[in-house]
Design a protein around this ligand. Structure first.
Ligand SMILES: [Zn+2]
Length: 312
């Protein structure tokens, strides 16, 4: 079956405390439908229902300190203990070592070499392509992963033709910067993501504004951002069901942040690994045994029918 990986930056599983955790008070009916009143799976139990498995997984990779984006995201896409490799949690953009690891071990590349089709749903603005040409573009883990697997990056033209989603989901920030295009509702954007994903074995959409708003410790902004994400999920899920059981949505994060606004830093909280649309039985059972963000890529490859030959 096809997988749509929804990578949400900086979304951990926090405490049931409305003073610091925006999940408690945000308008997130889709999250609540999946997880119950808390809007998020409890941090110490596996949630299961028909076609759905939610597992809290460790994002620290067994090391002290605060988990960071470059090591966390590279671990999510390669399954490797990137903190052990780098000797520290690495923030921001990938180091040369992490870039090399992405080139060799990213699930995009492994899936493509196994004959699967892979795409990255995020669109890049025109300036980004100019900066890539002159070498000044600060490439994120996802960009490096896509380029090193020779996945064409989507453009503003794709946005206009509803074959891509901008990183803010609605394209509002792009329109406000003078780009000529129509905004979309979060629900519409979810539908676009799902329809693109239906045509590929593996696709990914990256949403990083949860991390940005977490760093700002902005409760109202965080509630808005979660509501936007929730509506997007609703749009995807309507189409997951409509895809005839052939599309599994995986929601994963690199580290905690937005779930605890008492700190401007990331957190050491577990993060959710959520699988929606999964067939019942042995596969769902196996996924419920996941422990770490490093286990997520192997599970994704398994769902799309690719064997990862690394030793257990
Ligand atoms: Zn961050």
């Amino acid at each position: 079956m096809n997988v749509l990986l929804l990578f949400v930056d900086g979304m951990g599983i926090g405490r049931d405390d409305p003073a610091i955790n925006p999940f408690i008070s945000a308008r997130i009916p889709v999250f609540r439908r999946l997880f119950g009143d808390a809007g998020m799976i409890p941090c110490d139990t596996v949630s299961r229902s028909d076609g759905f498995v939610g597992v809290p997984v460790d994002a620290t990779m067994g090391f002290p300190g605060i988990p960071q984006s470059a090591t966390g995201q590279t671990a999510l896409l390669t399954g490797e203990n990137t903190v052990a490799i780098e000797g520290r949690h690495v923030s921001g953009h990938p180091t040369p070592g992490l870039k090399d690891l992405l080139k060799r071990r990213c699930i995009f590349r492994i899936a493509r070499e196994a004959g699967k089709t892979v795409t990255f749903i995020n669109a890049y603005k025109d300036e980004s392509f100019k900066m890539m040409e002159d070498g000044t573009y600060p490439a994120s883990v996802s960009t490096v992963a896509a380029l090193s697997a020779s996945i064409p990056l989507r453009t503003v033209v794709d946005l206009r033709e509803r074959r891509a989603v901008y990183h803010d989901i609605t394209s509002r920030t792009l329109k406000d910067r003078g780009c000529s295009l129509e905004t979309v509702s979060p629900e519409e954007a979810g539908g676009i993501a799902a329809s693109v994903a239906a045509g590929y074995d593996l696709s990914m959409f990256e949403f990083f504004l949860t991390d940005k708003v977490g760093h700002r410790q902005d409760m109202a902004g965080a509630r808005n951002m979660l509501a936007r994400l929730d509506a997007f999920l609703g749009g995807v899920l309507r189409n997951v069901a409509g895809a005839g059981g052939d599309l599994c949505m995986v929601i994963a994060s690199d580290h905690g942040n937005v779930e605890d606004l008492s700190t401007p830093e990331h957190t050491r909280n577990p993060v959710p690994a959520l699988f929606v649309g999964l067939p019942a039985g042995a596969l769902a059972e196996k996924i419920s045994g996941m422990k770490s963000i490093m286990d997520v890529p192997r599970a994704i490859l398994e769902i799309i029918g690719v064997r990862d030959d690394r030793p257990e």
